[in-house]
Design a protein around this ligand. Structure first.
Ligand SMILES: [Zn+2]
Length: 73
């Protein structure tokens, strides 16, 4: 007796949700500026340039500065 086997169902691939670029753009700019400020403090503050007096910021970011290859001392 022949048994009929149903063919496997093929589901349509999931379509990723579209990202609203207009909603993301302000956050992207904000975090971009935040990263540039962080890069400045890690790479240049109290080294090549100095906004704040003393060496506290330099001491806090010193290892990261060497890790990223910024000239230090
Ligand atoms: Zn150093």
């Amino acid at each position: 007796m022949a048994q009929s086997v149903a063919p496997p169902t093929v589901s349509a691939p999931a379509v990723p949700a579209k990202l609203p670029l207009a909603a993301i753009a302000p956050w992207a700019v904000f975090f971009g500026i935040l990263m540039l400020v962080l890069l400045y403090f890690v790479g240049a503050e109290q080294g090549a340039t100095s906004v704040f007096n003393g060496t506290d910021i330099h001491e806090w970011v010193h290892d990261a500065r060497h890790l990223l290859g910024f000239p230090c001392h």
